[in-house]
Design a protein around this ligand. Structure first.
Ligand SMILES: *[C@@H]1O[C@H](CO)[C@@H](O)[C@H](O)[C@H]1NC(C)=O
Ligand SMILES: *[C@@H]1O[C@H](CO)[C@@H](O)[C@H](O)[C@H]1NC(C)=O
Ligand SMILES: *[C@@H]1O[C@H](CO)[C@@H](O)[C@H](O)[C@H]1NC(C)=O
Ligand SMILES: *[C@@H]1O[C@H](CO)[C@@H](O)[C@H](O)[C@H]1NC(C)=O
Length: 182
C-alpha cells in the first residue's frame, strides 16, 4: 500500500466515523422525556350510565361483549369533564370526547382514543390522544398525535394513572399531558 492509498483509506475511515457520529446524535434527538415544553395535569372523570341516570352520566356502553369474552368488543362512548383537581364537581376546564373499547384477549386493555377540547380563556383548541391502555398497569403512556388552535401541530405523551374506581359506575384518572413540540 503506497502513501496515497493509505491516506485515502484514512480519509474513508474518518468520513465513516463522522457519518456514524452524526447519525447517532441525530437519532438520539433533542427531545428528552423528562423535559417537555409544556406539562399540565388534568383529572378525567367518567360516569357510566346505568340506563336511568341520564342527567349525571357522561358515558354510555354502545356495544356488548362478544364470543371472545364478555368484555371483548364492548365499546363505551364518552363526553367527560376534565378538572384541574381531583373533584368531580370542580369547574371543568376541558372536555374529553371519544371512546374506548375492550380488546382484552390476553391482557386487560381498554383501547382509548379521544380529543381534549379546550374552550376557556386559558386555552382554545384541541389535543388528539390515542393508544393502548392496559388498565391493570400503574401508569399508561398514550400518544398525543396532534393538536389545533393553541396546540397547533403539537405532539407529546399523556401518562394515565387510575386514581379511583367505583364499581361499574365511576372512575377517575390522573392525566399528565406532556408536550414536546409547542
Ligand atoms: C341508576 O343510578 C341512579 C343514580 O345512582 C339510581 O337512582 C338508579 O336506581 C340506578 N338504576 C339502575 C337500573 O340501576
Ligand atoms: C347528580 O349529580 C349531582 C351533583 O353533581 C348530585 O347532587 C346528584 O345526587 C346526582 N344525582 C344522581 C342521581 O346521582
Ligand atoms: C347487550 O346485551 C343486553 C342483554 O343481552 C341487551 O339487552 C342489549 O340490548 C345489548 N346491547 C347492545 C348495544 O347490543
Ligand atoms: C366556546 O365558548 C364560546 C364562549 O362561551 C362559545 O360562544 C362557543 O360556542 C364555544 N365553542 C365551542 C366549540 O364550544
Amino acid at each position: 500500500m503506497n502513501l496515497v492509498q493509505m491516506s485515502n483509506y484514512f480519509l474513508l475511515f474518518f468520513l465513516l466515523i463522522i457519518s456514524c457520529t452524526t447519525t447517532f446524535t441525530h437519532s438520539k434527538s433533542t427531545l428528552k422525556p423528562e423535559e417537555p415544553c409544556e406539562h399540565m395535569v388534568l383529572y378525567f372523570h367518567n360516569i357510566l350510565s346505568n340506563g336511568t341516570d341520564i342527567s349525571n352520566a357522561t358515558s354510555a356502553k354502545v356495544t356488548n361483549g362478544s364470543a371472545l369474552g364478555s368484555f371483548f368488543g364492548m365499546m363505551v362512548v364518552f363526553d367527560d369533564p376534565m378538572t384541574k383537581d381531583g373533584h368531580l364537581n370542580s369547574p371543568p376546564v376541558a372536555k374529553a370526547q371519544g371512546f374506548y373499547f375492550w380488546n382484552n384477549k390476553d391482557a386487560s386493555n381498554a383501547w382509548l382514543a379521544y380529543t381534549l377540547v379546550f374552550n376557556s380563556t386559558e386555552y382554545k383548541g384541541t389535543l388528539n390522544i390515542m393508544g393502548a391502555n392496559p388498565v391493570v398497569e400503574k401508569t399508561r403512556d398514550l400518544s398525543v398525535v396532534g393538536g389545533t388552535g393553541d396546540f397547533f401541530m403539537t405532539r407529546g405523551i399523556v401518562t394515565l394513572r387510575t386514581e379511583e374506581i367505583q364499581g361499574n359506575i365511576y372512575f377517575r384518572l390522573r392525566m399528565d399531558v406532556k408536550l414536546y413540540e409547542c
